[in-house]
Design a protein around this ligand. Structure first.
Ligand SMILES: NC(=O)c1ccc[n+]([C@@H]2O[C@H](COP(=O)([O-])OP(=O)(O)OC[C@H]3O[C@@H](n4cnc5c(N)ncnc54)[C@H](OP(=O)(O)O)[C@@H]3O)[C@@H](O)[C@H]2O)c1
Length: 318
């Protein structure tokens, strides 16, 4: 624990997690994507996140960052960090599904240098995969939990393919998942109506992904998206001028950057437990943590954002 960080309870897991979690995947993969930076910098970035009070690290079999996380946490008491990692879905036609899931988990444990995972997710489950995940993979996950190799079972949505949360709306009808990872941001706040009421009712832990992607880190990209929405008639032409909207949000909210606005928007949403932030840039890491710890956006800004984007459920922020 660190005095400058805030901690929260991750739903029914009871885990005390920092309100900012480090995303070790996403477009930057700790700076390792496209070999932008080396492993040493990535390990240093994870260590800096820990020094800043982050105790929740999200990685996945498919990100190729588990080994980096393993190196960064070597020497840290195991109960000081919460490790979240994920299993990519095997083909439903795989001849040995249970063996494949176990093999994936063993490999993750080895790379992470630990003998248990705190939250083990099925990764990017699309609506078409849900029945398979529930009927064939869930029993395997439960056996792994009984063996003590994983503590809690999670599922992450494929937000790009499923921006209106069809999979989670189906999956949350039953009481199967301890934690879910949900795409939620100011351009697509639809989880507020379709997902969060169910997670709150069942005390499912909620990890927020997609708080900031290209559209919310690059003002030009956001201008382009707004113009496109107007041309398509999704937003009335006279409702907003892209330039004015961005100016209004920044001036009215005392925020200095769009990512700050975007992180504050997510962090104070009722129903979001922790916001994931991924980067390869230590300055961005520090700024993003600071943003996540700032107060909510003013009501006037939230109202404007609701007017413009409140009904949208198709954008991802890319
Ligand atoms: N289906 C799934 O399971 C799934 C899907 C997506 C993500 N995830 C998880 O969720 C985490 C969060 O993912 P995400 O989709 O929200 O993306 P993210 O990993 O948080 O990436 C954010 C992107 O925005 C840029 N950025 C961050 N801070 C910035 C700043 N202050 N100024 C300008 N640019 C900034 C980063 O580039 P720089 O490197 O330049 O900072 C990065 O490319 C991932 O890391 C991953 O762990 C899971």
């Amino acid at each position: 624990m660190n005095d400058s960080m805030e901690y929260t309870t991750l739903g029914r897991t009871g885990l005390k997690a920092s309100v900012a979690g480090l995303g070790c995947g996403g477009p930057s993969r700790l700076g390792l994507r496209n070999g932008a930076q080396g492993e040493k910098s990535a390990v240093a970035l994870v260590r800096e996140a820990l020094d800043l009070g982050i105790n929740f690290l999200d990685t996945a079999e498919s990100y190729a960052t588990e080994a980096v996380v393993g190196k960064a946490i070597a020497g840290v008491a195991r109960d000081r960090v919460i490790i979240s990692t994920k299993k990519a879905l095997p083909s439903p036609h795989h001849s040995e599904i249970e063996k494949e899931v176990k093999k994936g988990l063993e490999q993750s444990l080895k790379l992470l240098g630990t003998d248990y995972i705190d939250v083990y997710h099925l990764h990017g489950v699309e609506p078409k995969d849900y029945d398979f995940a529930r009927e064939r993979l869930m029993p395997v996950m439960r056996r792994l939990r009984e063996q003590g190799k994983i503590r809690f079972i999670g599922v992450t949505e494929g937000f790009v393919q499923d921006p209106s949360h069809q999979m989670l709306q189906q999956g949350l009808r039953e009481d199967l998942w301890d934690v879910v990872m949900v795409g939620f941001n100011l351009l697509n706040p639809s989880a507020r109506g379709s997902v969060f009421p169910m997670t709150q009712e069942k005390r499912v832990g909620v990890l927020n992904m997609f708080a900031v992607r290209r559209a919310l880190s690059q003002p030009n990209r956001l201008r382009g998206i707004l113009t496109d929405l107007m041309h398509k008639g999704v937003i009335p032409e006279n409702a907003v001028n892209p330039e004015d909207l961005i100016d209004f949000i920044l001036k009215e909210s005392d925020a200095t950057t769009l990512p700050e606005v975007a992180y504050r928007f997510c962090r104070h949403e009722r129903g979001v437990d922790l916001v994931l932030t991924g980067t390869g840039n230590p300055e961005h890491l520090r700024a993003n943590i600071e943003s996540i710890l700032k107060p909510p956006l003013p009501k006037s800004v939230l109202k404007k954002l609701e007017e413009v984007f409140g009904d949208l459920n198709h954008l991802t922020g890319n």
